[in-house]
Design a protein around this ligand. Structure first.
Ligand code: TYM
Length: 329
């Protein structure tokens, strides 16, 4: 039997090349080696206010993007988190074994709560729901970008605590980071992680950005005061551009160095733009084909929920039995 893998993306904002290089690209590469479940985590998205009509269409758009990058619905289950209520049920049960101090320490919670006038309880509980997403499928690995590593550690802590209180129940999930592209930085500010919520127009390259905009954003990316690539002294902006090229192109570090050393920044940017565009163009074509087929994407989501619900329900049943809750028996 194949080991299971789970990972998810929030259907908020526009998916960008950081999401692709940090997560989705890896999913496509490993999907055939695992029993793969990929989530559109809409319950996480509503930890901050989402306009309902927009959220509804983002869920379908995100699913279509999964398909467009190469997730194969025959090999993988694509599922909207809210379509499998057992996620929420397990989240509550895990909440009861999770010390508040663990949650208050999460860097993402600290950063996100600073930006809110009132902090919803869901924002604090966010990583417990994430632990539930993973543990409910007994996932052996979780392919994510570097910014989710702390949440994955917390997931293992919660699993361990539950296992020690109630007996061995959960598989310990391993964090699976890509060798290159685990942390793509903003083009306008290479000290900040590329993010869906950052609004600067030159900040992120959306997977669905018009091609001429992609080129413009890369040509305007922040570099440093040197004229050409020097791998020993380059600043964060140039390192980020090289990183993006390498992650898309799959080049070795040696090949990168030999090719780009001494190249003027204008030429570097042109080559990065051509590489990114060569990957995004076919992806966008597939996306619009998929979206043009009425009912196709929702059919994939409905089928995914049907396929994974029995797994999720049986984990919740086991957890309830372990905890001594009423299971009808
Ligand atoms: P989200 O929606 O913020 O991001 C989705 C995936 O993209 C990765 N990522 C990046 N990778 C490299 N560079 C970047 N700049 C960058 N920005 C984002 C993220 O690491 C992630 O893998 N909490 C999660 C969603 C989630 C989840 C889960 C993930 C909910 N439940 C269970 C894994 C397992 C999140 O907000 O991802």
């Amino acid at each position: 039997m194949k080991a299971r893998v789970f990972s998810g993306v929030q259907p908020s904002g526009n998916l960008h090349i950081g999401n692709y290089l940090g997560a989705l690209k890896n999913w496509v590469e490993i999907q055939e080696n695992y029993e793969s479940i990929w989530g559109i985590v809409d319950l996480h998205a509503v930890t901050v206010y989402q306009e309902p009509a927009e959220l509804r269409s983002k869920i379908l758009e995100t699913a279509a993007l999964f398909l467009a990058v190469g997730i194969d619905p025959k090999q993988s289950s694509i599922v909207a988190q809210s379509a499998v209520p057992a996620h929420t049920e397990l989240a509550w049960l895990l909440t009861c074994v999770t010390p508040v101090g663990w949650l208050e320490r999460m860097t993402q919670y600290k950063a996100k709560s600073q930006a809110q006038e009132t902090i919803g309880d869901g924002l604090l509980q966010y990583p417990v729901l994430m632990a539930a997403d993973i543990l409910i499928y007994q996932a052996a690995i979780v392919p994510v970008g570097d910014d989710q590593a702390q949440h994955l550690e917390l997931t293992r802590d919660i699993a361990q605590r539950f296992n020690s209180l109630y007996g061995d129940t959960f598989t310990m999930p391993a964090t699976h980071l890509p060798a290159v592209g685990a942390r793509v930085m903003g083009l306008d500010d290479p000290e900040k992680k590329m993010s869906k919520s950052a609004t600067g127009t030159g900040h992120a390259i959306g997977l669905l950005d018009p091609i001429d905009q992609v080129r413009k954003k890369i040509m305007r990316a922040t570099t440093d005061s040197q004229p050409a690539v020097d791998c020993d002294t380059m600043g964060a902006g140039v390192a980020n551009l090289l990183n993006i090229f390498q992650a898309f192109g799959g080049w070795t570090a040696e090949k990168m160095q030999a090719h780009f050393s001494g190249m003027r920044y204008g030429d570097l940017k042109k080559q990065v733009a051509e590489m990114v565009i060569a990957k995004l163009e076919p992806l966008q074509t597939r996306y619009y084909e998929i979206m043009a087929e009425p009912g196709y994407v929702s059919g994939v989501l409905n089928h995914g929920a049907e396929r994974v619900s029995p797994i999720a329900n049986s984990t919740v049943q086991l957890v309830k039995e372990r905890m001594g809750l009423y299971t009808g028996a």
